[in-house]
Design a protein around this ligand. Structure first.
Ligand SMILES: [Zn+2]
Length: 251
């Protein structure tokens, strides 16, 4: 293990690696069985950069990632993350299994979809109505594989400040947050709006006015900006994480 790397705890027999030739380049595919959740996850690694490396922690979404479902933006975000990594010719995608529907599983996720369609509930209320948690994802496996790979600091591709907080809580230094703003469509606008207004995601490109603006004058959302926008926000210490994490993560 390189100097300064965090304890990752992934056993040697729980890791397998090979080259993966893709349309976006040759990645090193690192499959690992996490010692805590026991799922088999996958990290796709491009390049040797280990400081300030561009990282996407992507929660598995079979319907969006594989089948192109339009009711969420997961597949588009995964594409945008790979676009960003391809542009830099460097970066890591950690694809996290067991994260369907923010951790409730595929069956439960589809139950919430049915309830959203039949009762008009959003992604939060449909889960609550079924007695399901809003978000039970564990980002520990991502931190552990980043430690295994010798990553010292990351620029995290996400609109979700909670992911920054979670990764830091697991000992990974996050030096920047890089937004992944993908297009809204008639099928996902309710979902994106709930993510922004109820789950705290930073989605400045949405045209739908936010809950505060709706009651105010000129209730017009900010204009959507063309295509995928990547405006990096440098973070120092626990900056940009509401409530902070109460610890400095130097080195
Ligand atoms: Zn999705």
């Amino acid at each position: 293990m390189s100097e300064g790397a965090i304890e990752h705890g992934i056993a040697a027999e729980d890791v397998a690696e090979s080259d993966l030739v893709t349309s976006r380049g040759v990645f090193r595919a690192v499959a690992f069985r996490d010692p805590v959740d026991r799922y088999e996850h996958l990290a796709l690694v491009l390049g040797e950069q280990r400081s300030d490396v561009l990282v996407r922690m992507h929660s598995e979404c079979l319907t969006g990632d594989v089948f192109g479902a339009l009711r969420c933006e997961c597949g588009q975000q995964l594409d945008a993350a790979f676009d960003a990594i391809q542009r830099e010719d460097s970066g890591i995608v950690v694809y996290l299994r067991g994260h369907e529907g923010r951790g409730i599983g595929l069956l439960a996720k589809l139950k919430t979809h049915a309830l959203q369609d039949s009762a008009g509930l959003d992604t939060v209320d449909s889960a609550t109505a079924l007695g399901l948690p809003i978000d039970v994802r564990d980002f520990g496996p991502a931190a552990r594989v980043l430690g295994h790979l010798g990553v010292r600091s990351v620029r995290l591709l996400t609109n979700n400040r909670e992911k920054v907080r979670a990764l830091r809580a697991h000992g990974i230094r996050v030096t920047a947050r890089v937004p992944l703003l993908v297009g809204e469509n008639p099928h996902n606008v309710r979902y994106l709006t709930a993510k922004r207004d109820r789950l705290g995601h930073d989605l400045p490109h949405l045209r739908v006015p936010d809950a505060v603006a709706q009651g105010g004058e000129g209730a017009v959302g900010q204009p959507r900006q063309d295509g995928r926008q990547l405006v990096e926000q440098a973070l120092a210490g626990d900056e940009d994480v509401e409530g902070g994490v109460g610890e400095q993560l130097e080195g």
